[in-house]
Write a protein that binds this ligand. Structure first.
Ligand code: FEO
Ligand code: CA
Ligand code: CA
Length: 627
């Protein structure tokens, strides 16, 4: 049963296992992009320098996780792991906060290791934990956390391929996705979820939400159940997260496309469906038992997903709001910063091979304590263009730049970005902004199609300076500094913070950048967040087989990067099969909450039990600050 979990992971694991092409067209501009920030003098030279050192001929001091590090890292880096547990550095400890199936309310049934989450699955912590943020309400602490997807084979074990065969089946799976809001407290026996707290809440496929912003009321959002196009049931495929300065939670709808199917055998994809991967056949067969998911009956329903949803975690009765001004695509996370003049800036990645990185700039200005209800409803959406000289621009998406209707830009945003001429990217995952300098980072997780074939819109995806490797199975992190240290500026300078790679296996550009060595190597950066000291925490969602191109990289992991020196060290490893995703800190910064999604070993309940995604708490043994 345990390996089943890996098969069922949503994130296209197969792409990571495809054999790489034998040749690559390494673009020399990459070297320039890397050398601008001076990390080439590090442990292993990039490109030709690495070739000189050769496989197996690396300096011994770099072959362990304990490579030279600055004093900014308050721990001894750890080695890779290949087991079914969690590992943190000496002097740190971890414990489980909550797992898929644990109760949020005392009337929830016990978790079943035979059938997974129960049918009343909206009373428990949902499946496959992802992005999360912590909020303070008086002396209470709340965590809002995403549940990205469900494993139907586990939750419907008696159904062939886990496919739903009744509306009850559908409802059970629907309830396991979405968002949990839960109060947490630190007791003498560690951190606990406060069961039955009045703040506890589950938000899922059937939670009513308001549609706001430019696309609200547009014909493409109208359905039989909602002829005005202003209210939708539910949110799904909640991936990364965001937090506004005014204390709301942003949940990001990512791979919503796989939930819609058609009962019409002659279903034909529209260009919009094609660009977003909406096909006649769904992954879960909801359309057979819930007409909302049937494209033959409700062709506009998918147009109501793929947005950023704003949730007030402090009011369990507050209606969530879909903020269409932030565009419709496969949203990863939403990193909110404030521009010099007080406007709200949100950075947004579209996690699909060859899609784009976006920025929203509000029209209104944020004033602490002021009205924030409509701040995310009016503004301009931009797509990033990275030039080969280390400069870049945010290109506005307007009728003039896209040739599109001014509202449809917010519904078919991918087409708008293509028309405006953005740079196709290697799957933009999380964006994180440095709190002590005006600089933002985006994890480009991997892209097996880079230099191989165009994106779903037919856009060219040849190698370029910011996505420089053909068949990019390792990923990289790009960062940019806006002109005038102002996030509202349209111009920016960029460089590559790291090119992931494997210097044990490769002696060319696939070895990675100078700040990658055998002691810290990893693939597929995904979740990212800065701590208050300005260190970048990097979570991976990659190949964990520890063989072939990935030999020596072990299970997925969380690392810490120093933006100044480029150094990256390993802090945590998670169980075999799992990705590590979601990171936030307690109010006193002495506890760190980390999400562990889709473990394939019997984590955390032991042999013979279902593996369960979980949130763990990491602390220092001396209860010191860890972020
Ligand atoms: Fe849900 Fe792109 O990760
Ligand atoms: Ca992710
Ligand atoms: Ca990922």
């Amino acid at each position: 049963m345990t390996d089943n979990r890996v098969d069922l992971s949503w994130d296209e694991w197969d792409e990571l296992n495809d054999p790489r092409s034998n040749t690559s067209e390494f673009d020399q501009v990459v070297e320039a992009a890397l050398s601008r920030r001076g990390f080439l003098s590090g442990l292993v030279a990039f490109g030709s320098g690495a070739a000189v050192m050769g496989t197996g001929a690396l300096l011994s001091s770099t072959t362990t996780a304990e490579a030279a590090t600055t004093k900014r890292f308050a721990f001894k880096p750890i080695e890779i792991a290949t087991d079914a547990s969690v590992h943190v550095p000496e002097g740190y400890n971890w414990e489980i906060l909550t797992r898929w199936g644990d109760p949020l309310f005392s009337d929830a049934p016990d978790f079943s290791h035979e059938t997974g989450g129960d049918a009343v699955s909206d009373r428990i912590f949902g499946e496959n934990t992802d992005g999360m943020e912590l909020f303070e309400v008086g002396d209470k602490q709340l965590i809002a956390v995403n549940h990205e997807y469900v494993n139907p084979k586990v939750n419907l074990p008696n159904n062939e391929d886990g496919k739903a065969t009744s509306s009850e089946n559908v409802r059970k799976l629907q309830n396991l996705q979405g968002v949990s809001v839960m109060e947490v407290e630190e007791t003498g026996e560690g951190w606990k979820v406060v069961v039955d707290s009045p703040y506890n809440r589950r938000i899922h496929h059937n939670t009513p939400m308001r549609i706001a912003g430019p696309a609200a009321g547009h014909d493409l959002l109208k359905t039989a159940a909602d002829p005005e196009g202003i209210e939708v049931l539910g949110t799904m495929n909640n991936c990364g997260s965001g937090k506004t300065p005014w204390g709301t939670y942003l949940t990001c709808e990512e791979n919503f496309n796989g939930y819609f199917g058609s009962t019409d055998a002659n279903f034909e994809q529209t260009p919009g469906f094609k660009r977003y991967g909406i096909k006649g056949e769904s992954r879960y067969q909801y359309e057979l038992f819930d007409a909302r998911y049937d494209l033959a009956k409700n062709p506009n329903e998918p147009n109501r997903f793929g947005y950023i949803v704003e949730i007030d975690p402090t009011d369990p009765n507050a209606k969530p709001v879909k903020r269409t001004a932030l565009g419709r695509f496969k949203h990863e996370n939403a990193e909110v910063v404030i521009a010099k003049d007080g406007r709200v800036v949100v950075f947004l990645g579209d996690d699909e091979r060859g899609e784009y990185l976006y920025r929203f700039v509000s029209k209104g200005v944020y004033q602490p304590g002021g009205d924030t209800d409509n701040l995310l409803d009016e503004g301009t959406l931009y797509v990033a263009k990275f030039n080969e000289d280390g400069k870049g621009q945010w290109l506005p998406l307007t009728p003039e730049t896209t040739g599109m209707d001014e509202v449809e830009i917010y519904i078919h945003t991918r087409m708008a970005a293509s028309a405006a001429g953005g740079t196709t990217m290697d799957r933009p995952e999380w964006v994180a902004a440095n709190p002590i300098s005006v600089q933002a980072y985006c994890a480009l997780t991997n892209n097996k199609n880079r230099g191989v074939k165009p994106n779903a819109g037919g856009d060219d995806t040849s190698v370029n300076a910011v996505n420089p490797r053909e068949t990019n199975n390792y990923g990289q992190i790009v960062r940019w500094t806006p002109a005038d240290e102002n996030y509202a500026s349209d111009a920016f300078d960029w460089d590559l913070y790291v090119m992931c790679g494997n210097p044990n296996v490769h002696n060319d550009e696939y070895a990675g950048s100078s700040n990658i060595h055998p002691g810290n190597m990893f693939n597929s950066p995904d979740g990212m967040a800065f701590d208050t000291a300005g260190l970048l925490w990097i979570q991976t969602d990659g190949n964990f087989k520890n063989e072939g191109d990935f030999e020596g990289q072990g299970n997925n992991q969380m690392l810490v990067g120093d933006p100044e020196t480029g150094e990256i060290v390993r802090f945590m490893t998670v169980p075999y099969g799992a990705e590590v995703t979601g990171l936030c800190w307690s109010a006193d910064r002495r506890s760190m909450f980390v999400g562990i999604q889709h473990p394939s070993a019997s984590f955390p309940d032991g042999e013979g039990k279902l593996a369960r995604s979980a949130v763990v708490v990491v602390k220092r043994d001396d209860n010191g600050i860890i972020g």
